[in-house]
Structure formats: C-alpha cells, structure tokens
Design a protein around this ligand. Structure first.
Ligand SMILES: C[S@@+](CC[C@H](N)C(=O)[O-])C[C@H]1O[C@@H](n2cnc3c(N)ncnc32)[C@H](O)[C@@H]1O
Length: 226
C-alpha cells in the first residue's frame, strides 16, 4: 500500500555548488568505502560485529555525526543525507578524524531506515529538519506519522530520539505530533531541559547561523522510546 507520507519527496535539492576536483575525488573513491550497501542492514553487515547503532537523518555537513562518532568509537554510526555537498563535508570529517565507525547513505534516510530490523537502533537524531513552513507542504515534514512510526519501529525500547529545530512553526507542529503518541516519552522536566543545549549536543554550522545571524531560538527535544 502506498504510504502517503514516506513516499512523498521529503527533501528539496540534492546538488548545490559544483564540486572541486578534490571533493569529487572523495565522492568517487572514498564514499564507496564507507557507503551503506544495498539490501538489509544491521550492525554485523555494516561493522562486522553486534555493536550499538546510532542513526542520523539529514546530517547536513556532518559535524554532529562526526562528533558523536568520535565520542563513542565502539558504536556504529549511520548518517543519511541526499545533498552531495553535505556528504563531502561528512567524508572530510571521517577522513580527517580517522573515524572507522561511520557509514554514509547518500539518499533518503527513510529508505535506509526501512532496511534495518525493528528495535535495532540505540539512537536516532533529527536535527533541524527542513521546516516546509507552508501549510500545503506540511505533509513533507519529517515530524509526521509516517516517518515517526518508522523511527519508533527501528528504535530499541529505551532508545533515544533527539530532535532539534530553530523554526517556531515546526517546533509547534512537532510538539503536537509527539503529544499524540504514546510510544515516546519526552524527557524534559523543566523548561531549561529543552531551551538549553545539552553538553553532548554540539552546535552545527547551520544551528550557529540560525542563532547568531538570524537571532533564532533553538529547541532541543529528547524522547525515550517506550
Ligand atoms: C536544515 S538542514 C540541517 C542539517 C543538519 N542536520 C544540521 O542541523 O546542521 C536539513 C537537512 O536535511 C536533509 N534532508 C532532507 N530530507 C531528507 C531525507 N529524506 N533524508 C535525509 N536527509 C534529508 C537536507 O538535505 C538538509 O541537509
């Protein structure tokens, strides 16, 4: 049956400025070494053992993915991003930080997520997803029942879902979506729990620009899968 949410195009563009020769070489020669393979996915397929897995949806330039991977070298990290210039950024982090625990899917995160067994991921990150602020585009937002059901299915019980945004319309929408669900428990006890950036939640270039150039507030949400 057609899933009306996940089959919609969730992202706007896959290409930006033309790649320089060194960047193109990374895509041609390094990406295949760290790319997520076709077919079913699990820790053994990706890393050769049964390590805990963490999954980032739309990693942008890959700073957060690389930071978390550096903190937990014994965990496996899967980052998904359709935008080739962002993938180049992540490849540079993986190379420069000599990270051996990261795999990249250059494409739709929902498609890659579907290929993991249910209850197999320790953490899922969704940081500053494209807001699709117009009401008529609301169905393209990641914080919708289709993508959220998939995230819920793939997280282990007790696993964590982190979501951040600097967009007030999206923040309100996301809180309403999550409020309807009984499969996630919001971890905030006081306002500072979602208004203050946690220590282990690094600020990406995107988030810094939102805060310092555009003067946006940023909201940090942590949910535990029931
Ligand atoms: C506003 S940017 C935020 C990037 C990064 N998460 C950060 O916080 O710096 C949103 C990113 O999500 C990516 N994206 C959109 N739809 C996606 C999808 N279906 N699967 C994976 N990434 C997606 C976009 O290409 C873009 O890089």
């Amino acid at each position: 049956m057609k899933d009306p949410t996940t089959l919609n195009r969730l992202y706007g563009r896959a290409k930006g400025h033309k790649l320089r020769a060194g960047q193109q070489a990374l895509v041609d020669h390094f990406l295949p070494q760290v790319a997520v393979p076709d077919g079913p996915l699990d820790a053994r397929t990706l890393f050769g053992d049964d390590r805990p897995l963490e999954f980032e949806i739309g990693f942008g330039a890959g700073e957060h993915l690389a930071y978390q991977a550096g903190l937990r070298p014994d965990h496996g990290f899967i980052g998904c991003e359709p935008f080739v210039n962002g993938v180049v950024g992540a490849l540079m982090h993986i190379r420069d930080d000599a990270l051996t625990n990261v795999r990249i899917h250059m494409g739709d995160a929902m498609e890659a997520l579907a290929r993991f067994p249910d209850a197999s991921l320790d953490k899922v990150y969704l940081l500053h997803p494209d807001p699709w602020p117009k009401a008529r585009h609301a169905k393209r937002r990641m914080m919708n029942p289709g993508p959220l059901d998939r995230i819920a299915a793939k997280l282990k019980p007790g696993g964590e879902f982190r979501f951040g945004t600097d967009h007030p319309i999206y923040c309100r929408w996301a809180m309403m979506q999550m409020n309807k669900r009984s499969d996630f428990i919001w971890q905030a006890k006081t306002a500072s729990d979602f208004l203050v950036r946690p220590d282990d939640w690094p600020e990406t270039r995107y988030a810094r620009k939102a805060r310092t150039v555009f003067g946006h507030d940023i909201w940090y949400f942590r949910y535990i899968r029931v």
